[in-house]
Design a protein around this ligand. Structure first.
Ligand SMILES: [Zn+2]
Length: 124
């Protein structure tokens, strides 16, 4: 049998491209829903409000998980579900609380800290 360079079907997935894409999207959606479920459950267990100011989750001011000590994982190297599973693990170890964007700072770090410091200084 000779090799035909124009035959691209060799070794290719025979499912039509459209189906594969739909399949992938379905899987992605399932993962997303799973992640949301964990996130909602953790939020509820953490009181569903900001640990600093008591704000509730809203469109302008989202609640997010905040690590009380430096986390041992990189969020941008994980997908949503992996992150939620790690948050769940850290929640069980009492390493996270809930903070709103205002208190947390939009990047979850330095700016929030600065804002807190400023608040502290201005309040005496
Ligand atoms: Zn807050």
């Amino acid at each position: 049998m000779s090799f035909d360079p124009t035959d691209f079907s060799f070794g290719a997935n025979t499912a039509p491209k459209r189906d594969r894409k739909a399949e992938w999207q379905k899987r992605k959606h399932k993962v997303y829903l799973q992640a949301c479920e964990i996130r909602d459950r953790l939020r509820k267990e953490l009181g569903n409000e900001c640990n600093e100011c008591g704000a509730k989750d809203s469109d302008e001011n989202h609640l997010c998980f905040n690590h009380l000590e430096p986390r041992d994982w990189e969020p941008n190297k994980k997908n949503l579900l992996q992150r939620m599973k790690l948050y769940e693990r850290d929640y069980k170890a009492r390493k996270i609380n809930l903070l709103c964007n205002e208190c947390n700072g939009f990047d979850g770090g330095w700016y929030g800290l600065q804002r807190k410091l400023k608040k502290k200084l201005s309040s005496g």
